[in-house]
Design a protein around this ligand. Structure first.
Ligand code: BGC
Length: 739
């Protein structure tokens, strides 16, 4: 009854006839009714953890602000009942404008999927879209309208903890994934109750923070900005992403939040972006300590002028913007534009027609308990895993192994499997690796367990018991890696070697002579040279999410043939950074013979190559690439060339391969990288089966940003490289672009 009353009360001012009017007219009508303070209110976003917690001054202040139309959006309020209750407060405001509820739904809401970097390793756009869709369905049923995802920052520095939230080091792959994630969260169009607004973040170049240190400055050429860092944002915008978030970093001296070039010239100018830009948490206020604004009022003025529409948690707009407008220091038309952008999204979500449409407790219960969500998480988790090593076919687990020792600090851990950026890590929903294996292998295989050591620390007290356990078994599954809180926001590390004494534990177990299968967990590229050299098999499971234990059992047992490929290079040493594959140039002094470092662009203490290259990943089967045909030796800018080849499964089991197309432009007006990914296809082949695959290359794939920042394809020869990884090119040819 109470609900009906609220709805009736709310809907009255938005006359039914008005609902038929085009959205822009309805916004104009509403804007005309709004006071200056109410307009500023729409730009104000608070975090509402307090609202659902115990009484506090902040809670009272926030509720009063909401009731008086001074808040446009709340983050961190969730659950159908909570959002309904808080929405009801907003509807008490003079114009009854509904709130937007937002949350970081990064890799699942209730059902936790693999971390985004892991999903990127699937190179499976349908799987990635499915993951975002399930997350959106669940979040939408819990009252959430808007997620702060996907993070589309290109992440080329594994010291930066936030690489776990992105799609890795490559721009092309990152752009494809950005699109898949946006479509997954938003569906084809906003308005359904199983779709939420997405947010492309962090605009821009946040991933290039100097020294891999979070929140740090960024300094880069504009060519690099346009070529490497902007395309995933452009792809998100083209896919219709509802919002953008700016970032904490400076870009060439100007904070992104106060950056007119990024937000007004590029995003809202050249790209004609119709959505709105939210600041990052407190980033408007942070322009003061950066030394770009004298005080918060100055910061508010600069942020609005630069195109930041909504203020997340700085309280700078709320406190200063109305006065700035009155004093003629902030432009009313910019304020109106920002309000219009925000109201537009509220209309598109259908909130003006029914502000409670996302807050339905019955639907919440149904959707959050849908077993299909868990099945999807298991599927995506196994698709995300990367087989890094498999000597003498140590995997899948041999049938003859009737006693398996499951060892390591992460074998029975649950929380760690979820990784960071989860709304709730409900450990009752997580299957550990040990439990997943026990359930899959049943009574036929006797499992034993020893922890061996912790992830961190230097205690070797558990080694002896672990070695004894290994000695009594036929083979060892050793689970090592990072704990969930070692990677994520504000988790930069200078040392990305496997932490603690885990590699020593490995060596102690190796000395038993038993086959050692290492399961590597973590949220970023790690360094583990000893294990890489000596393990029998290594399966990179990342943070696989709540279904990780089951997914891992699927892969280890051979029920599922792994097909993941690395979306980031794994270095041999931190000193090699930056080592992204597309940051490698021939230089004037290339190393032509391994080990020949004298006066060459090389290190005297390590090779230039990574331990595991971008695009690398093994399978339980093998693939052969043959019969490359390039449809024409030359093309004009108006034509395309077909790169055709045959892919054959030459091994004993069915499997998927991600065939990759790289390109090299050997001579250009700006020196080009040795390789750039331009396309890929993931194909399933039965044993012995062959398929003909075709990549189409036209002007766009041959282009780059020249010195004038024009997107050009320069005439001349291009190398076309087809392979199984960036360092495993199987076929190569060339084509000439005619003037
Ligand atoms: C992060 C954003 C996130 C926001 C809200 C910030 O610290 O940088 O990515 O969306 O907090 O939680």
């Amino acid at each position: 009854m109470k609900r009906l009353l609220f709805a009736a009360f709310f809907l009255a001012p938005c006359l039914p006839a008005r609902a038929q009017q085009p959205v822009e007219q309805r916004i104009t009508a509403l804007l005309q009714q709004m006071t200056l303070e109410e307009k500023v209110g729409q730009l104000n976003q608070y975090s509402g953890r307090e609202l659902t917690g115990p009484a506090s001054t902040r809670k009272t202040d926030q509720l009063n602000a909401i009731r008086s139309g001074q808040v446009g959006s709340m983050l961190n309020v969730r659950g159908a009942a909570n959002t309904r209750a808080i929405q009801a407060e907003a509807l008490k405001s003079r114009l009854h404008i509904p709130l937007l509820f937002s949350l970081d739904v990064v890799h699942g809401y209730k059902t936790v999927f693999p971390i985004p970097l892991a999903e990127a390793a699937s190179w499976d756009l349908a799987a990635i879209r499915l993951s975002a869709h399930v997350a959106a369905k669940e979040a939408a049923a819990a009252g959430i309208h808007w997620t702060f995802a996907p993070m589309v920052d290109v992440g080329r520095d594994p010291r930066w903890g936030r690489v776990m939230e992105g799609a890795g080091e490559d721009t092309y792959l990152g752009a494809q994934i950005a699109r898949a994630r946006v479509l997954g969260f938003q569906g084809e169009k906003l308005g359904g109750t199983d779709a939420i607004m997405a947010c492309a973040k962090h605009f821009a170049a946040y991933g290039a923070a100097l020294a891999g240190r979070d929140y740090n400055a960024v300094d880069m050429s504009l060519q690099q900005l346009w070529e490497v860092y902007l395309p995933p944002f452009r792809a998100a915008a083209d896919a219709g992403v509802a919002t953008f978030m700016n970032s904490f970093n400076t870009l060439n001296g100007v904070p992104a939040t106060g950056n007119t070039y990024l937000q007004r010239d590029i995003l809202k100018g050249q790209w004609q972006y119709p959505g709105f830009v939210v600041s990052d948490w407190g980033s408007i206020g942070e322009m003061v300590p950066w030394g770009y604004a004298a005080n918060k009022a100055d910061a508010a003025q600069k942020a609005l002028a630069a195109g930041s529409d909504m203020d997340m948690e700085s309280d700078a707009y709320h406190t200063h913007l109305a006065q700035l407008v009155k004093d003629g220091k902030a432009d009313m038309s910019l304020l109106d534009d920002a309000v219009r952008r925000i109201l537009r999204k509220k209309f598109e979500l259908g909130l003006f027609d029914d502000p409670y449409r996302f807050s339905n407790e019955k639907r919440e219960k149904q959707v959050l308990n849908d077993p299909q969500n868990r099945q999807a998480a298991r599927q995506v988790a196994r698709q995300s895993m990367v087989l890094l090593k498999n000597d003498r076919q140590a995997l899948p687990l041999h049938r003859a192994w009737s006693r398996l020792a499951v060892i390591g600090p992460l074998a029975k851990s649950k929380r760690d499997l979820d990784g960071s950026w989860v709304p709730d890590a409900d450990t009752t929903l997580i299957t550990s690796i040990y439990d997943g294996l026990a359930q899959r292998l049943g009574s036929k295989t006797q499992l034993s367990y020893a922890k061996g050591c912790d992830v961190l620390g230097d205690s070797r007290a558990g080694f002896a018991a672990a070695v004894e356990t290994a000695q009594k078994a036929d083979a060892v599954v050793l689970t090592v890696g990072e704990t969930w809180d070692m990677t994520g926001e504000a988790k930069s590390r200078t040392d990305i070697r496997l932490p603690g004494v885990q590699e020593e534990l490995f060596l102690a177990l190796k000395a038993t002579g038993k086959p050692i299968i290492v399961v590597m967990l973590g949220g970023r590229p790690l360094i583990f040279n000893t294990i890489a050299d000596q393990a029998d098999a290594i399966l990179l499971a990342w943070w696989p999410g709540a279904e990780g234990g089951h997914a891992l059992a699927d892969v280890l047992s051979g029920d599922y043939n792994p097909a993941g490929k690395l979306p980031s290079s794994f270095p041999r040493a931190v000193g090699q950074l930056p080592i992204a594959y597309n940051q490698q140039y021939n230089t004037g002094r290339p190393v032509t013979r391994p080990g020949d470092t004298r006066y060459k662009s090389a290190y005297i203490d390590a090779p230039n190559t990574p331990r595991y290259a971008f695009g690398y990943g093994l399978s339980y089967t093998t693939f052969q690439y043959s019969e490359l045909k390039i449809s024409r030796p030359q093309l004009t800018a108006a034509e395309t060339v077909q790169v055709q080849f045959t892919l054959t499964n030459t091994g004993p089991v069915a499997g998927e391969e991600v065939a990759q197309l790289y390109l090299r432009d050997p001579v250009a007006s700006l020196v080009r990288p040795l390789k750039e990914l331009k396309d890929f296809q993931k194909v399933l082949l039965k044993p012995g089966e062959s398929k003909t695959l075709t990549f189409t290359v036209g002007k766009d794939k041959l282009s780059f940003y020249n010195q004038q920042l024009a997107w050009v394809a320069e005439p001349g020869e291009f190398q076309l490289l087809v392979g199984s990884a960036s360092d495993d090119i199987r076929l190569s040819g060339k084509v000439e672009l005619l003037p």
